[in-house]
Design a binder for this molecule. Structure first.
Ligand code: FE2
Length: 376
C-alpha cells in the first residue's frame, strides 16, 4: 500500500534529549583535497575559510574548510597510506565521512546517545587554542559514516583549534546556496527500518514521511525511503534502501560502487533556484535532465506557481506540491567518477516534503544514466 503521512514536526523541544541547532559541517574524505576544494569553490561558489595540515601541526592529513552562507564543507585527504582516511578512500572513493551536528553540549550529546545504544566514534574531546575551546564527540551511523557533535559556544576562532585561516586570492562569487536542507543515506537490503529505529531510539528523531516501492518505482527499478527528522526539524535524514524491480535499483548501484552504505546526496537550499542553477550550469555543474514533455503537464499537477515555466524548463528544474505549498528541485550528476554522492538544489515555497511527484520522472532520468554506465 502506498502511504504518505503528513509532516508532523514536534514543537516540543523541551523533551528533546538531543537538541540540535543544525548541521555544523559535512566532511568528505577525498583523494586530493587541494583539487576538490578548488572544484567546490569554482563550481559551487564556496569561499576559502580554514586549513589544517603539516604547517599547522597535523601530520597525517590536509583539510580544507570552505563555506557558503550556513554551509560548511571540510575536504580531507590523507598524506600517507596505512591510516583510516586512506583506507576509507580505498574502499569508498571520495565520499562523506562526517555529518557534524551543532549542539550546546557535546559531552551530554555523547552520554545521551551512547546510553541509548549509539556506538562511540569519539569520546568527548576538548580542543583549545588562543581563541577558546571546542568540544567534540561522535557516534557511528550507517556504513563508515559518523556523526560528530560540535560544541563551539566558547570558541571565536575561524573554524576550530588545529586550523588556521585560509586566505586565498581566488574568491568566486556565491551561487546563492544557503544551508543544508537534508542529507540522504543509502543503506542495504532490509536495513532501512533498523536505521529508522537507530535514529528514533539513539537520537530521538521522528519518522515524518515514508515512501514505499509503489511510490518510488519505474517500469524497471525501485527503492523505499523513510524521512527522519530531529525535534525542531533543522536536521532531516531520509534513509533509502533498494527494492526489487525488473532491473537494478539505483540504490544497489550506489552500494556496489561505494562498496557499502553511505551518504547518497546532500540537499542544499537556495532562495532563488533559477538564479542559482543558471550560475551552476555556467560553471560546469551537470544536472539530471527529465524529458521536456514533463513540462507539458506539470502545472496541471502542481497548480499555480510564482515562477515562469520557461526558465524552469530550460534549466530542467522540477516542481512538486504538498498541502503546505510547493517546492522546486534539481539533482546534479554524481560529483565524482563513481556513481555515488550527488547534490540536490532545492527551493521550498511552503512545502516541507521531498518531491514525491517527481520521483518517477527523476528515476527514469537516473536509469538512463545507469544504463549508459552498464549498471541497469
Ligand atoms: Fe533529497
Amino acid at each position: 500500500m502506498s502511504v504518505e503521512t503528513a509532516p508532523a514536526i514536534s514543537e516540543n523541544t523541551l523533551a528533546d534529549f538531543l537538541p540540535l541547532h543544525g548541521t555544523d559541517y559535512v566532511e568528505l574524505y577525498v583523494g586530493n583535497a587541494k583539487q576538490a576544494a578548488h572544484f567546490y569553490k569554482t563550481a559551487f561558489g564556496f569561499q576559502s575559510i580554514a586549513y589544517a595540515g603539516p604547517e599547522t601541526g597535523v601530520m597525517d592529513r590536509a583539510s580544507y574548510v570552505i563555506r557558503q552562507n550556513k554551509i560548511t564543507f571540510v575536504l580531507t585527504t590523507p598524506l600517507k597510506t596505512n591510516n583510516a582516511i586512506a583506507d576509507h578512500i580505498y574502499k569508498h572513493g571520495d565520499g562523506v565521512k562526517v555529518l557534524a551536528l551543532m549542539v550546546d553540549d557535546a559531552t551530554d550529546a555523547w552520554h545521551q546517545t551512547t546510553k541509548r545504544g549509539g556506538k562511540t566514534y569519539m569520546e568527548p574531546t576538548t580542543l583549545k587554542d588562543e581563541h577558546g575551546s571546542v568540544v567534540l564527540s561522535g557516534i557511528h551511523t550507517y556504513g563508515d559514516t559518523v556523526h560528530i557533535f560540535v560544541e563551539r559556544k566558547n570558541y571565536n576562532g575561524i573554524f576550530m583549534p588545529g586550523f588556521r585561516k585560509w586566505e586565498s586570492h581566488y574568491n568566486p562569487t556565491s551561487t546563492g546556496l544557503l544551508y543544508v536542507d537534508h542529507c540522504v543515506g543509502n543503506v542495504g537490503w532490509n536495513q532501512m527500518n533498523p536505521w529508522v529505529k537507530f535514529y528514533e531510539d539513539v537520537m530521538g528523531f521522528k519518522n515524518i514521511l515514508s515512501f514505499d516501492d509503489k511510490d518510488i518505482s519505474t517500469e524497471y527499478s525501485a527503492l523505499m525511503s523513510k524521512v527522519m527528522s530531529n525535534g525542531n526539524g533543522f536536521v532531516k535524514f531520509p534513509i533509502n534502501e533498494p527494492a526489487e524491480g525488473k532491473k537494478k535499483s539505483q540504490v544497489e548501484e550506489y552500494l556496489d560502487f561505494y562498496n557499502g552504505e553511505g551518504v547518497q546526496h546532500v540537499a542544499i537550499a537556495t532562495a532563488n533556484i533559477i538564479e542559482t542553477v543558471t550560475m551552476l550550469q555556467e560553471r560546469g555543474v551537470e544536472f539530471l535532465k527529465v524529458p521536456t514533455s514533463y513540462y507539458d503537464t506539470v502545472l496541471d499537477r502542481v497548480g499555480h506557481i510564482d515562477e515562469d515555466l520557461a526558465p524552469l524548463k530550460d534549466l530542467g528544474i522540477l516542481i512538486d506540491r504538498d498541502n503546505e505549498g510547493y517546492l522546486l528541485q534539481i539533482f546534479s550528476k554524481p560529483l565524482e567518477d563513481r556513481p555515488t554522492l550527488f547534490f540536490e538544489i532545492i527551493q521550498r515555497k511552503g512545502a516541507k516534503s521531498f518531491g514525491k511527484g517527481n520521483f518517477k520522472a527523476l528515476f527514469e532520468a537516473l536509469e538512463r544514466e545507469q544504463e549508459a554506465r552498464g549498471n541497469l
